[in-house]
Design a protein around this ligand. Structure first.
Ligand SMILES: CC(=O)N[C@H]1[C@@H](OP(=O)(O)OP(=O)(O)OC[C@H]2O[C@@H](n3ccc(=O)[nH]c3=O)[C@H](O)[C@@H]2O)O[C@H](CO)[C@@H](O)[C@@H]1O
Length: 357
């Protein structure tokens, strides 16, 4: 009989792409796969493009660290989601559940715990997100991307596996990127990515400096859903996309340097592809500060330059981009020294091992 796994995770692409990396490998090993996600999150859209993975939607509530009237309603949504997840798991009888975190994963981990199904959580950031923090006591194993995260995992559940990078990103073809953007090959390319949901702050400051920057760079800008500026659609040497799926490997291959938020998956992808980065982490005011820690750790290793949002201005942005381009070889050399880490194989081995108990 085929072994069954249920994957979960969502809210932003950072909580889905690891699952997308696992799916082809799990199929190769003969697993039957299904997915539990939310009704409207990005995970639903991303999974709709994947064949043979049934998707079950459940109710989910946002877990916040700050006051909001929805904080009174959302615990009930999480309870409803837990009951739904419990029933799906009871019916589907998976051997194991793998969670990439995000709010939707909490009811799933709880539903698995009530069904006594083993669960593996993967945490991408240095400090665990709120959803993973809540779910950890109920999980069988907690895999981490940064070794220092093990300090935050109680007991002997924590396992360092490293960052999972999708294999298709290695298959990028710069020529296809140039064609897709209609860029010329002679002029350097700056790739700008404000995280999977886009960043208004980065979009605004980039566009305010477009004239100066496009005199030296061609710019491909992933700006997030609903953030295309219609006045700039025909701007020479500037190409905007809301979100890129299949063509992303080609855009990354084409880029000489990158300006990005410091989401864990994105920065490890740029590291693996040896792309010099200027990182503008999400500020402490808007998050728990995990991206600042991610970026600091990369800066310490000499992989990136970092500009904190409080210091972001037209002048500081331009200075940092030109400096990054000038010193690009230094960053590439440092990144070449980083250790290769086959996190995907480690995860697969762990999934197989944990599902046997
Ligand atoms: C605002 C927020 O909560 N951000 C968090 C979220 O970021 P976010 O969802 O932006 O996550 P990451 O930067 O980690 O990953 C984004 C993923 O989406 C992919 N991608 C992106 C754009 C695109 O057009 N196409 C595409 O495929 C990237 O290649 C990458 O694999 O999860 C990360 C991982 O837990 C955290 O570090 C971030 O702090």
């Amino acid at each position: 009989m085929k072994k069954k796994i249920i994957l979960t995770g969502g809210g932003s692409a950072g909580h889905v792409t690891v699952n997308l990396a696992l799916i082809p490998k799990l199929f190769e090993q003969g697993w039957e796969i299904s997915y539990i996600g939310s009704h409207t999150g990005i995970e639903r859209e991303l999974l709709s493009k994947v064949e043979n993975v049934p998707y079950f939607a459940i109710s989910t509530g946002k877990l916040r660290r700050y006051f909001d009237w929805n904080n009174f309603k959302d615990p009930f949504k999480v309870m409803k989601g837990t009951l739904q997840a419990y029933q799906i798991i009871k019916r589907e009888k998976p051997d194991i559940i793998f969670s990439k975190g995000g709010f939707v994963s909490v009811p799933v981990i709880l539903g698995a715990w009530f069904n006594r199904v083993p669960t593996i959580i993967h945490e991408s950031d240095i400090t665990p997100g709120l959803a993973n923090k809540i779910a950890m006591p109920f999980a069988t194993k907690v895999c981490v991307t940064f070794p220092e995260t093990l300090e935050h995992v109680k007991g002997d559940k924590g396992i360092y596996v490293g960052a999972v990078v999708r294999e298709e990103l290695f298959k990028g073809d710069a020529n296809k990127g140039f064609e897709y953007c209609r860029f010329e090959k002679e002029k350097p390319v700056l790739l700008v990515m404000g995280g999977s949901l886009g960043s208004k702050r980065i979009n605004d400051v980039l566009r305010a400096n477009l004239q100066t920057l496009t005199s030296d760079f061609q710019i491909v800008h992933i700006c997030g859903k609903g953030n295309i500026d219609p006045d700039l659609i025909n701007y020479k040497g500037y190409k905007q996309f809301e979100y890129v799926s299949d063509e992303l490997p080609h855009l990354m291959a084409m880029a000489d340097i990158v300006l990005s938020r410091a989401g864990s998956n994105s920065i490890f992808e740029f590291l693996t592809l040896r792309k010099p980065m200027l990182l503008i982490p999400l500020s402490k005011g808007a998050s728990r500060g995990d991206q600042i820690l991610n970026a600091r750790s990369f800066q310490k290793a000499g992989y990136c330059e970092m500009l904190i949002e409080e210091d972001l201005s037209n002048e500081s942005l331009l200075k940092a981009i030109y400096q990054l381009y000038r010193d690009r070889q230094k960053y590439i050399d440092n990144m070449k020294k980083s250790e290769a880490n086959d996190a995907l194989s480690k995860l697969l081995a762990l999934i197989n091992e944990s599902s046997q108990k």
